[in-house]
Write a protein that binds this ligand. Sequence first.
Ligand SMILES: C[S@@+](CC[C@H](N)C(=O)[O-])C[C@H]1O[C@@H](n2cnc3c(N)ncnc32)[C@H](O)[C@@H]1O
Length: 247
Amino acid sequence: MPPNKLYTDLSGYYDFMCADIDYQTQSQGVRRLHQLLGSDGCRHLDLACGTGPHIRHFVGFGYQSQGLDINQPMLDRAALRCPEAGFILGDMCDSELDGPYDLVTCFLYSLHYSSNIDQLKSCIANVHNALSTNGVFCFNAVDKTRINNSLWVTHTAEHEGARFEFSSGWYYPGYGDRQALKLSIRRTVGDTTESWQDEHPMVALTFGELRDILAPWFEVHVFEHDYGRIVPWDRHSGNALFACVKI
Ligand SMILES: C[S@@+](CC[C@H](N)C(=O)[O-])C[C@H]1O[C@@H](n2cnc3c(N)ncnc32)[C@H](O)[C@@H]1O
């Protein structure tokens, strides 16, 4: 099965699936963190960029953006959305990144797509190598010990006569360094319903473990998962925003 089958086969649904995400506020929040913690350079790389919704905003802010993703169909859509940006097909854990970049981002928990802790370390080392002095690496993450397996987020939408229901949820078995992102799409036209299920294996770790991996490379700042406010992490939330400045 190709990696992240849903993104390959159903890339056409992706933007629709994410229609509730406030990409503008997320991008503004990260831009603000970059202004506060980093340099005033504008070379930007978005890892696991998908269809490029954040890149659209960063280009609008004046960044010279590039996006990297493992799925060509996602990049094809990103290139249409952001003709000013450059796009690279690759695995963020294995690819040597051409730098230097002043800002590297990785949104929507996509850093967890590293398949294990060693791959995650390799990805972080690649980012560190590709950043300029004072460069900032910004991403969001979930702490495995705070995952609620019964929590699903669902939203519905109407499109061209069809009713869609999109659901996603984390699953952590309670041990080890693997968690899963469960995704489901149901499409109903009249009384016919089609459904797609996908389960993505992802790396699982605690925020303490993540900090320990980052600490030799970066000055690590952890914030509440609220792109609109930028306040320090309260040490209880299971989701957080990491802003890491290259040492
Ligand atoms: C949840 S989507 C996020 C897309 C975009 N960042 C956003 O916020 O809408 C995850 C993306 O990660 C990509 N991806 C998964 N594993 C990857 C890897 N190892 N290297 C690069 N991209 C990867 C998928 O193709 C998909 O486009």
